[in-house]
Design a protein around this ligand. Structure first.
Ligand SMILES: C[S@@+](CC[C@H](N)C(=O)[O-])C[C@H]1O[C@@H](n2cnc3c(N)ncnc32)[C@H](O)[C@@H]1O
Length: 238
């Protein structure tokens, strides 16, 4: 075991040995666990988590750990695939649903992107931005291999958002911000929601923002532990 720079205990790399059937069973057990523990409630998120094979988004030497509650390393600088429970933890309060135009900042492995694609369905749209070129290429291949051809993938600084396709119904930032980047708030539509880990008083809080004509409502959901946001609105890279 080793500790990641975020404080998680990462299991040792090993050659993959599990069969497709073993992974399918682990996936079903994980979905039942997420429901029992109150993370997973909505039908569309549950169906997406049953459908998308998380192991296909993980580097071979960590693949056997796909359904453990730990983030696993990805190619690139400080990139990880988040723990399985993180996805309903973010997507349930976001109210991610059929037909949404969804923007993700931090593509990582592409797993959360694939889940979002399944949730928003054919009437919706998914845009995902990744700053690290190595991580971007890893996710692009994973999504292509898994058959996702209609997701808009952008290589660049997600703090700037993707104004070309705004406004968005929901925005998810998968790295910890010092404060929510202003361009993302501007690209969030009225009635839309944004969720993000935010560094506050030495901890990271998962913060949900809801934008209405009257202003922005803010709610702290729980404490979390994420890699820091990079780029213009991130921590200094020195
Ligand atoms: C916790 S990982 C994302 C996990 C991802 N959702 C998944 O399912 O694998 C956070 C990602 O955010 C990326 N990132 C950090 N700062 C970024 C920025 N300013 N713009 C875009 N991506 C960024 C990191 O390179 C990393 O890949």
């Amino acid at each position: 075991m080793r500790f990641s720079n975020q404080g998680w205990i990462i299991p040792p790399p090993k050659e993959p040995s599990k069969s497709i059937e073993e992974f399918r069973k682990e996936r079903e057990e994980k979905v039942s666990w997420l429901i029992r523990h109150g993370y997973l409630r909505s039908r569309r998120i549950k169906q997406a988590m049953l459908k998308v094979a998380r192991e296909e988004f993980i580097p071979p030497l960590y693949r056997d750990y796909a359904y453990l509650e730990v983030p696993l390393p990805l190619p690139g600088e400080k990139a990880t695939i988040s723990c399985p429970h993180s996805y309903p933890l973010f997507y349930e309060p976001l109210g991610l649903d059929k037909g949404h135009k969804f923007l993700e900042v931090g593509l990582g492995s592409g797993y959360g992107t694939a889940l979002a694609r399944e949730i928003v369905g054919e009437d919706g749209l998914v845009v995902s931005i990744e700053i690290d070129p190595l991580t971007f290429e890893f996710a692009r291949k994973n999504l292509e291999n898994a058959g996702y051809k209609d997701i808009i993938l952008v290589k660049g600084d997600g703090g700037l958002g993707y104004p070309e396709l705004s406004p968005y119904d929901s925005i998810c930032i998968t790295a910890a911000c010092i404060e929510i980047p202003l361009p993302l708030m501007e690209q969030l539509g009225t009635g839309g929601r944004l969720i993000s880990p935010v560094m506050e008083h030495g901890v990271q809080n998962l913060v949900l923002l809801e934008k209405s004509e009257k202003g922005v409502k803010r709610k702290v959901i729980c404490e979390v532990l994420y890699v820091p946001l990079r780029g213009k609105y991130g921590e200094s890279e020195e």
